[in-house]
Structures are given as structure tokens and as C-alpha cells.
Design a protein around this ligand. Structure first.
Ligand code: SF4
Length: 377
């Protein structure tokens, strides 16, 4: 579990070190709707961009200004602090307006700070509707990105390679499903914070390294939980969330986090991609038609049902609806979710926070304690 936690907490880890020794490139990407299989098919390692370990935002604020989500800012600050020096390129998706702006802010910062300039930069336009013409649009975007990668990195990305990459990443998804199942028992067989570390590691390691580590973990696994089964069980939902402090705060309060609906979590990662469809279509179906992110228009009921199903399978007693300050997407979605879930008698708490280590944990702990008192099991 140590190397998994290393990858969950640090932006640089043994898997990245191992890949670097091969001399093959590593690229960073911003959003769970970026098709990682395309990079891997060209011998390029895709690593999800994060801002963990950033404590100040002085450089990022200079480009972004004050009233913006601190997640993309923390990514820019990580680059400024040299924490992403292992990257040969970055792919920015327009997940939301704050993340879209990372493209222009990073390019501009690269003009001012040479160490922040990357040799390869690509902006991918991801549709916001799960309809046929959007699916075709996304296939065109995938093809453009493929051509850009091939010409810049002098690699060949064949349909066969993409098919193979889909198989490789589906093995990651199988392991993530297995870990997720361990949380459905009462008491859960694995700590929520450990399970979430595994989700994070899947996006911060090469699939081979990840599969080695998680298979070894599962082979030596013995259930950790030894407390009574009447501990309260919570689901965590909302804005981009990639550190475990909030989950640990819940665990410290004597409750369990039995599942996450956040873009770094298993819900966005565990569905397999079809291995029988043509690769482009299979990728578009997965990343566009199945995406549980509130950026997708006209899909609130689909997302609400996903959460309700997750509450059922995990026997959750309540839901934490969190959003990063200035995250309009999840801030507004959380209001709708709270209304619908409370109507069904599912207690919800809404928490607003800053990204990562800027979060005021003390205040959150008080809120969570009060919320747990409200829940009866
Ligand atoms: S947390 Fe919200 S505002 Fe921040 S990058 Fe994600 S969707 Fe955008």
C-alpha cells in the first residue's frame, strides 16, 4: 500500500521514475473525460494533473485573479514550483470555464517563466451533450489529438494499439471495481481513505505498475475493519477532490466513507470500455455518453439515479455534497441533489471548501460532527 499512497499524495512517484528510465514521454491531462488510452497507445504515459502539496497560490493568482476555483490554480502553481518537471506535455480539456482558462494561463506563464513552458500543449474541446452529433464531434477531437501526438512525439498510434490500450486500462477498471465491492459490506472491509488512494493511484501511475501494486495488495489483503457495524456510512459527492483529508476527517469522527461521486473517484473510472466496438466509437461512448459530470447538459436525472443506486449498494446513511469555492458547476448541482435526496429521506450536508491543503479542516470537522448527530442508524 505504501507505493499506492505515495502516488496518491505526491506528484512524483516510483512509477513515474520507472517510466522516465525508459526515455518515453509523460503527459499531464486535466479531466476524467480525456481518453487516456490514446496516449498509452502511442507509448506515452498519461498522468492526471493535480495540485496536491501546494500551499500557496502566489504565481497562479497572478494569472488567474482571485475569484476562481483553487483546483486549476493549484495545478498551475505546481508547475511553477517545479513539481511537474517530469512532463513533456499537457492536454487541457474544457471541463469547466476555470479549467478551460488553465490553457491560456499556463501558456502565458510559460512566456514569463521558461521552466513553466512545455514542448507539447493541446486543448481538447469536449462536448457537453450526450447525443449522436456530440459523439461524432468527440471522435473528431480524438482524431485531431492522435495526429498531434503522432507528429510531435514521432510515434504511431494504430487502431490496434488503441484497442490494446483499452484492454490494459480495463484491467485497471476491474481492480477498481474489486476494491469498490470491499466497501459495500457492513462494516466495510477496507478503509475509505485507502480505497480512495487506490483510485488516485490509478490516475498517477502506469497501468502495469498500478496493476502490480493493487494485485499484490488484494493477494495479501485481510479485512481492516474491526469496529461495530452501526458506524454511520457516508457517500462523498461533488467538486474535483483528490486528497484524503476530508475522508480521514469523517473516519476520525467514527464514520465510514463508503463511496465517492467525484471525478477522481471510482464512479468515474470503473465502467469498462467496449472491446468489441471500433476504438474511436468505444472511447466516445465511454467518455461522452456515460459521463456522470454535471457539465453534461440535460442529464441531471441520470446523475441523480446513479447516486441513488450508489446509496443503495453501499447502504449509505447520508451524503456529503461538497464543492470548491467558486465551483458553480457542483455548487448548483449540489443544491438540486440536496433537494431531491432529502425528499427521499436521505440526509445531506453541503460543504464549501478550498482545494487541497488550503481546506480549513477544523471547521469541516465541526460541521461533520453535527451532521453525524443528525443521522440515526
Ligand atoms: S472543481 Fe468545479 S470549478 Fe473547479 S475545475 Fe472542477 S468543475 Fe471546474
Amino acid at each position: 500500500m505504501d507505493l499506492i499512497k505515495q502516488a496518491a499524495f505526491d506528484l512524483h512517484n516510483d512509477s513515474i521514475e520507472e517510466w522516465n528510465k525508459t526515455g518515453k514521454p509523460i503527459v499531464g491531462y486535466t479531466c476524467s473525460q480525456v481518453p487516456v488510452e490514446l496516449f498509452y497507445a502511442g507509448g506515452i504515459l498519461p498522468i492526471r494533473l493535480r495540485g496536491v502539496g501546494v500551499h500557496g497560490l502566489d504565481i497562479a493568482d497572478a494569472y488567474y485573479g482571485p475569484f476562481i476555483c483553487s483546483f486549476p490554480k493549484a495545478i498551475l502553481q505546481s508547475m511553477a514550483e517545479g513539481k511537474l518537471a517530469h512532463l513533456s506535455g499537457a492536454i487541457i480539456a474544457d471541463g469547466c470555464d476555470s479549467m478551460r482558462r488553465l490553457d491560456e494561463c499556463w501558456r502565458k506563464a510559460g512566456d514569463d517563466y521558461p521552466h513553466m513552458k512545455l514542448p507539447f500543449f493541446h486543448y481538447i474541446n469536449v462536448p457537453r451533450k450526450s447525443v449522436e452529433h456530440a459523439r461524432q464531434w468527440f471522435i473528431d477531437e480524438i482524431d485531431q489529438l492522435k495526429q498531434k501526438l503522432e507528429s510531435h512525439f514521432s510515434v504511431t498510434i494504430s487502431m490496434e494499439n488503441i484497442q490494446n490500450a483499452i484492454r490494459v486500462y480495463n484491467c485497471n477498471r476491474t481492480l477498481i471495481q474489486k476494491i469498490d465491492m470491499l466497501r459495500q459490506s457492513n462494516p466495510p472491509k477496507i478503509l475509505g481513505s485507502d480505497a480512495f488512494c487506490i483510485s488516485l493511484a490509478a490516475q498517477s501511475m502506469s497501468p502495469e505498475f498500478f496493476q502490480r501494486q493493487v494485485s499484490e495488495f488484494l493477494n495479501n489483503f485481510s479485512s481492516k475493519s474491526n469496529d461495530a457495524s452501526n458506524a454511520k456510512r457516508l457517500l462523498l459527492s461533488g467538486s474535483a477532490y483528490d486528497d484524503i483529508h476530508l475522508i480521514q476527517t469523517v473516519e476520525a469522527a467514527g464514520a465510514h466513507v463508503v463511496g465517492e461521486n467525484v471525478c477522481f473517484g471510482p464512479l468515474h473510472q470503473k465502467n469498462h470500455i467496449s472491446e468489441s466496438c471500433p476504438p474511436y466509437e468505444a472511447l466516445a461512448d465511454h467518455y461522452i455518453l456515460e459521463c456522470p459530470c454535471p457539465r453534461m447538459f440535460g442529464r441531471f436525472d441520470y446523475r441523480l439515479n446513479l447516486i441513488k443506486k450508489k446509496i443503495q449498494t453501499t447502504q449509505a446513511n447520508g451524503v456529503i455534497l461538497q464543492n470548491i469555492r467558486f465551483c458553480d458547476l457542483h455548487g448548483s448541482e449540489n443544491g438540486l441533489l440536496e433537494r431531491e435526496l432529502e425528499k427521499d429521506g436521505i440526509p445531506c450536508i453541503r460543504l464549501e471548501r478550498e482545494y487541497g491543503s488550503q481546506t480549513d479542516t477544523g471547521r469541516l470537522r465541526m460541521r461533520i460532527d453535527a451532521f453525524l448527530e443528525r443521522i440515526t442508524v
